[in-house]
Each structure stands twice: as structure tokens, then as C-alpha cells.
Design a protein around this ligand. Structure first.
Ligand SMILES: [Fe+2]
Length: 244
């Protein structure tokens, strides 16, 4: 007998089964009279209703979604350096938070935007391959693509950071997956950890150069303050039809 079945059997013995009153029976005759409370019987009761096993009692098909997924060595160190060059060649401006405000007490970073064009097609191609691979294995979300372009982000010491937030936007496309590529060599900076929150204690993926982290955009996360050097990352949001 399985553990669940055993649990179910224990529950069976606690089911309070009341026999229906029949015509002329004692209980019918006495129904208008005050009844003294009987002592609880120690006799094992037999339920009249079959208790369905927990595995079938709520028959929605379960489809587990992973908390996060990673792709090690998605880009080589040379490719990461090339992306840093491309990102820095675009207009780099103060990063903004939801509502389009610059708020360095919450988010202290600078960023540029990389759209698909001659010098960046290869980045879009590679990120697409990584996303399609991880999504098919771990998330299985319906996705459109990269509607917003890629955000190239620079966190400078001292204090470059992004406090706890989620990536779901307001009045915008439905962001379903968030993608982060660690562009910097971890020897080049201190702090600047990407932390994912699924409970009190954060999950902290490695800072290895070329490492990709993907997580559902409704997951709380932050980038801790950079205390030395500069951290570069490439961030993308993959949009799709609303969750249903
Ligand atoms: Fe974010």
C-alpha cells in the first residue's frame, strides 16, 4: 500500500457517517425531542462515500515550470568583449525604472539598446537559439520574440545596483522570460551579483563570463551593489501571449 493510500485509510476512520433516518425509526420519532449528546464511539466506522485517491481528486494536468535555467558558455570571452564594444558604441544613458523615472536610489546603472542590425544579427541569432533550447526543456511558454530589443547594462562602482523588482511591465507587452548574459570577467568587479528570490534566501547563479541565466519574468530579483570595477550584462525579455 502506498503512503498516500495509507493516509487516505487513516482519514477514512475519521469520517463521520450518519445513517439516513428511515420512516418510523427511532431517530425520526425522536427528532423533535432534545437529545443527550452521546459519548463518541470508539467503534471503527465504515464510510458510505468512497474517498478518491489524492492523485486523481483534482484532475488538472500538472505542468511543472522550472524556477530558472542556465546555459554555460553561451558566448566565448571574445564574443562577450565584442558585445561590450557594440553596447558602448550605442548611446549609453541613465537606466530607468517602471514609469520611466531615473531613480538611482533604486536603480543605479547606465544602459544602451541593441536592435537587430548589421553588427548585432549574430547576437540575436545566438540568444534566440539559447532561449528556444531552454524554453523547450524547462518552461514551455508560448513566445513571440524580442519585442523590445536587448538592453546592454553597465553597473559602475561604487554603488551600481538594481534593487529587488520583477520585470513584468505595466501597459506593455507581456514579458514571460527574462534573460541575462554575464558579459564581464568576474575578476574585473566585486559585488554585482544577480540574485533570484524564491523564498527568504536568494539563489545566486555564477558570475562566469558568457553564462546565461533565464527565469520567468514574474520572479523577484536584484543586482547587488558593485563595490569595485564595472559589471556589464546583456538583458532581454522574451514576450508572448498573456499567461492563461
Ligand atoms: Fe530585472
Amino acid at each position: 500500500m502506498s503512503k498516500n493510500a495509507k493516509t487516505s485509510s487513516t482519514q477514512d476512520s475519521q469520517v463521520d457517517v450518519k445513517k439516513p433516518a428511515t420512516k418510523g425509526s427511532k431517530s425520526t420519532a425522536a427528532k423533535n425531542k432534545p437529545v443527550a449528546k452521546a459519548k463518541p464511539s470508539t467503534k471503527k466506522l465504515t464510510p458510505t462515500v468512497k474517498i478518491v485517491q489524492p492523485s486523481t481528486v483534482w484532475p488538472f494536468q500538472l505542468d511543472h515550470v522550472e524556477d530558472w535555467a542556465y546555459f554555460q558558455g553561451a558566448f566565448t570571452p571574445d564574443e562577450c568583449r565584442k558585445i561590450i564594444e557594440i553596447g558602448n558604441a550605442r548611446i549609453v544613458d541613465d537606466s530607468r525604472i517602471r514609469g520611466n523615472d531615473v531613480a538611482p536610489n533604486i536603480r543605479d546603472s547606465k544602459n544602451s539598446w541593441i536592435m537587430p542590425c548589421d553588427d548585432s544579427h549574430w547576437i540575436f541569432r545566438r540568444v534566440t537559439d539559447v532561449i528556444m533550447d531552454l524554453n523547450s526543456k524547462f518552461f514551455k511558454f508560448d513566445l513571440f520574440g524580442f519585442i523590445e530589443g536587448f538592453q546592454f547594462t553597465r553597473y559602475d562602482a561604487p554603488g551600481g545596483k538594481y534593487d529587488q523588482h520583477i520585470d513584468r511591465g505595466l501597459n506593455t507587452w507581456t514579458r514571460k522570460l527574462s534573460f541575462t548574459l554575464q558579459l564581464s570577467d568576474p575578476k574585473d568587479y566585486v559585488g554585482g551579483d544577480l540574485e533570484l528570490y524564491y523564498g527568504k534566501e536568494p539563489t545566486v547563479p555564477t558570475k562566469e563570463q558568457g553564462f546565461v541565466v533565464v527565469f520567468p519574468s514574474y520572479v523577484m530579483h536584484r543586482v547587488t551593489p558593485v563595490t569595485k570595477g564595472t559589471r556589464y550584462s546583456l538583458v532581454a525579455w522574451i514576450t508572448g501571449p498573456s499567461f492563461k
